[in-house]
Design a protein around this ligand. Structure first.
Ligand code: ADP
Ligand code: MG
Length: 417
């Protein structure tokens, strides 16, 4: 089904936004922590045409259902289902006072759904860049990211943090994006596994989770409860000594958050120093913490991680919300096939569905795909300039985001360098 067959006219353009893989910094975005996602090559593509009225028609080649209503019909829980992610972006921009009108929108290509690769943010962000350009809003990408997050929180009702949207909109090829969720500050961190003879495998267990379900919310609630018990604005401000005073399950939950933020800083330092081959133990420690302290792993993720390590991965961990979805493994290029085969064999032995295994290449953020239309090439150039101008981490100069000492946390390996 094409846009023209569905809506009886041609789209005004085509926009694409990538999914993301979080290298490290898991379940810390709602604790005002640091995370380090990168955008992947897989993209969600939307074709969009503006309308002269306030009607909104949404359809997807990836999912049944959709929406045919007006801007005023969009609100909490409405439209239900996947259309809420796209309609929610229109709603959030309008709520901010931007002049957004009706649209016809067809999702023609997609990041794999529910695989922990953030198809939801890819859908929001492709919609956002399309709407921003078509209605001439000219908004900063950080503003668009915030609107996309509110679409997911307020319209879909999934209590996610802002990491996925920042990665999809702000990522630069060959880099990971260090995101400080306390103030939204970002830094580009060199991350090009292939240049170092490494591959980053993404192992989709094909166990599907839904972030909108209760378990993600329960973890988020524990993290907020722990911060409140410590009388802190968030666990970003907590020390390990403070965490040790917490009772019951709040203690391991908070310990994960606090130690994970330290691991992000250590990873950034190593990457900025060109020591990508040394980050494996940090990935392993992140998985141990997520499985043990945060309890968001599952048998399939644990199997993928332990098998990948046994077959030669430098490090491996679950990525994304957990409870299924994907694991990542950093693997010498020469061992990529052996690791993939070993993981497939281990899943077969356990009578599990065969996992989907891909290599992820750090790729660029959302952009217009079709180059037709007046002034498009210049707009694309401008967006690329904007992304290129985003600051890159420099391990030699002081940077608040890498301030190891501010909370008396254990310093990273290589700190004295
Ligand atoms: P993830 O973001 O990890 O893929 P989520 O549960 O957050 O998992 O989001 C997946 C949901 O997003 C899907 O169930 C669907 O509702 C919606 N979605 C994502 N991409 C598309 C698409 N291309 N077409 C329709 N719905 C989509
Ligand atoms: Mg999602």
């Amino acid at each position: 089904m094409s846009f023209a067959e569905l809506f009886g006219r041609e789209p005004h353009g085509r926009w694409a936004a990538p999914g993301r893989v979080n290298l490290i910094g898991e379940h810390v975005d709602y604790a005002r922590g640091l995370c380090l996602p990168f955008a992947i090559a897989q993209r969600t593509v939307v074709e969009v045409a503006t309308r002269d009225d306030s009607r909104v028609r949404l359809a997807s080649l990836a999912e049944p259902g959709g929406f045919d209503g007006t801007l005023d019909d969009i609100g909490s829980g409405s439209p239900a289902g996947w259309a809420g992610y796209a309609a929610g972006v229109l709603w959030a921009l309008r709520a901010d006072g931007h002049a957004v009108g009706g649209v016809d929108l067809l999702v023609t290509d997609t990041v794999p759904l529910g695989a922990g690769l953030s198809s939801s943010a890819a859908l929001e962000c492709s919609t956002a860049v399309a709407v921003d350009e078509l209605f001439g809003l000219g908004l900063d990408r950080r503003v668009l990211a915030a609107a996309c997050q509110r679409a997911e929180n307020d319209i879909v009702g999934a209590a996610t943090g802002g990491m996925d949207q920042a990665a999809s909109l702000l990522a630069k090829a060959g880099h990971a994006l260090l995101l400080d969720t306390r103030d939204g500050a970002t830094r580009q961190v060199p991350f090009a596994p292939a240049d170092a003879g490494l591959g980053l495998l993404v192992i989709d267990t094909r166990v599907r989770h839904r972030l909108a379900d209760g378990r993600y919310g329960a973890r988020r609630a524990s993290v907020e409860k722990a911060a409140a018990a410590l009388r802190l604005p968030s666990l970003r401000e907590a020390t390990l000594d403070q965490v040790d005073t917490l009772d019951g399950e709040l203690r391991p939950r908070a310990r994960h958050v606090v130690t994970e933020i330290v691991r992000v800083r250590e990873t950034v330092k190593l990457l900025a120093d060109g020591r990508i081959d040394e980050i494996g133990p940090l990935l392993d420690a992140s998985h141990t913490s997520l499985a043990g302290d945060f309890e968001v792993s599952c048998a399939e993720l644990d199997l993928a991680v332990s098998t990948a390590r046994g077959a030669g991965a430098l490090g491996a961990r679950l990525t994304g919300g957990g409870f299924g979805g994907s694991a990542i493994a950093l693997v010498p290029l020469a061992a990529v096939d052996a690791v993939a085969s070993a993981v497939r064999a281990a899943f077969a032995r356990e009578d599990l569905r065969s996992p989907e295994i891909r290599t992820a290449e750090p790729s660029a953020g959302a952009a217009r795909e079709s180059l037709h239309g007046p002034g498009t090439a210049e707009r694309v150039d401008r967006l690329q300039d904007e992304i290129a101008a985003l600051p890159v981490v420099d391990p030699r100069s002081p940077d608040g985001m890498l301030g190891y000492d501010e909370h008396g946390l254990p310093g990273p390996a290589g700190r004295s360098r």
